[in-house]
Design a protein around this ligand. Structure first.
Ligand SMILES: [Zn+2]
Length: 376
């Protein structure tokens, strides 16, 4: 019997809330769980099966409970073939892809639930009010944390004999999976102690930042969001001036179910060059958008953009013959230099992230319009 089963009293309350909140298509079916789903009877049954399986991980069970109490509903969406999942704090909804396998959706749900926990803890729901440097630090920390927690959840399932979600997770996020395996091996432990969890999560969190392509995908997503806001004439309404220090970002995001901080390193790490740098093209786009914002609304450009370390093309621009001085050539050279210097594990991660990049692009083109949602 699942530990997520709750008392009749709570259940009754849960059921009446669920029927109050949604006019139709809520079904609780045979298994009582702390899951509010939206969709057809079949979809709800499938969501509950996925949540039931995921709840065997204590870590994920805690996220399920927090998201449920905060009022999040889970549903499937059509036309999400290339999109793994979305967590939207303004509609309190988590969306999974009906076309993905249950095992894939277990990993996705663990990731999206963690975003729900982050939002519930007051982190990131209005990321768009902050200066760009804070937005970058916050967004990366949220994604690093969500994917690390998904990894921990998949590992816990593996330890309980449900191995497929870990298999899928390892293929999608090999750097993080590797960090988890290596750390557990080194310390010769399972994840039973809080100390072991802290160590594993710190390593996994840091591993997320090594995936340059995934970072580039989120940077593109960020620029696209700003362009979208500009197009909708909303850019002038955002102050883009609130600041959060690395310590507060880490303290707010990197927390264990018991409330303790898991991040064992100095929080300032996320504002260091390797963790904060953006690609030259991203930096150029940020500057351009701020200039246009100034022209349109007279709002001073966000100065924190100048504090972002910039990853420049690795070949010297000046040494190229003048007819080769195109950004395309530099880009090509840069990526070939880059690819030859990375390990096999990293290459696997790069190709996995290309799939994720496609997902992100798809989200931009889809009907989801809030700039505050967090897409996997
Ligand atoms: Zn995410």
């Amino acid at each position: 019997m699942s530990k997520i089963l709750t008392s009749d009293k709570t259940l009754k309350k849960a059921f009446s809330n669920a029927t109050k909140n949604t006019s139709k298509r809520i079904s609780w079916g045979r298994k009582a769980q702390l899951v509010k789903c939206k969709g057809t009877k079949e979809e709800c049954a499938r969501i509950k099966d996925i949540a039931e399986r995921l709840s065997k991980s204590d870590f994920a069970k805690n996220s399920l409970e927090i998201a449920y109490k905060a009022g999040y509903s889970i549903s499937f969406a059509e036309g999400m073939e290339d999109t793994a999942g979305v967590c939207n704090p303004s509609t309190k909804s988590i969306t999974l892809s009906a076309n993905d396998s249950d095992e894939q959706n277990i990993a996705t749900l663990a990731h999206e639930l963690r975003h729900a926990v982050q939002f519930t803890n007051g982190m990131g729901a209005r990321i768009d009010l902050h200066n760009i440097k804070t937005q970058i630090m916050m967004n990366r920390a949220m994604e690093a944390d969500a994917e690390s927690c998904a990894g921990i959840s998949a590992w816990e399932l593996k330890e309980k004999g449900d191995e497929k979600p870990w298999e899928i997770f390892s293929k999608e996020s090999p750097l993080i999976a590797n960090a988890i395996e290596e750390d557990l091996e080194k310390n010769n432990s399972s994840m039973n102690s809080e100390n072991a969890k802290k160590s594993v999560l710190t390593k996994a969190f840091k591993a997320w930042y090594k995936n340059k392509n995934l970072r580039a995908a989120y940077e593109k997503n960020h620029v696209d969001n700003l362009l979208f806001l500009k197009e909708k004439e909303l850019l002038g309404r955002l102050p883009l001036n609130q600041n959060i220090d690395p310590e507060d970002i880490i303290n707010g995001i990197c927390v264990l179910p018991n409330g303790e901080k898991y991040f064992k390193d100095d929080a300032k790490l996320i504002s260091s060059r390797n963790y904060l740098s953006v690609n030259l093209s991203t930096h150029t786009s940020f500057k351009k958008i701020m200039q246009e914002r100034f022209t349109l609304y007279g709002l001073e450009p966000d100065k924190t953009i100048d504090e972002l370390p910039v990853t420049r093309p690795t070949v010297s621009y000046n040494k190229l013959p003048s007819n080769k001085k195109t950004s395309e050539n530099i880009q090509k050279k840069q990526s070939s230099v880059f690819l030859s210097s990375i390990s096999l594990k990293e290459r696997q991660e790069q190709s996995a992230s290309i799939i994720k990049m496609k997902r992100l692009t798809k989200i931009i083109k889809s009907k989801i319009v809030s700039s505050n949602f967090s897409a996997r």
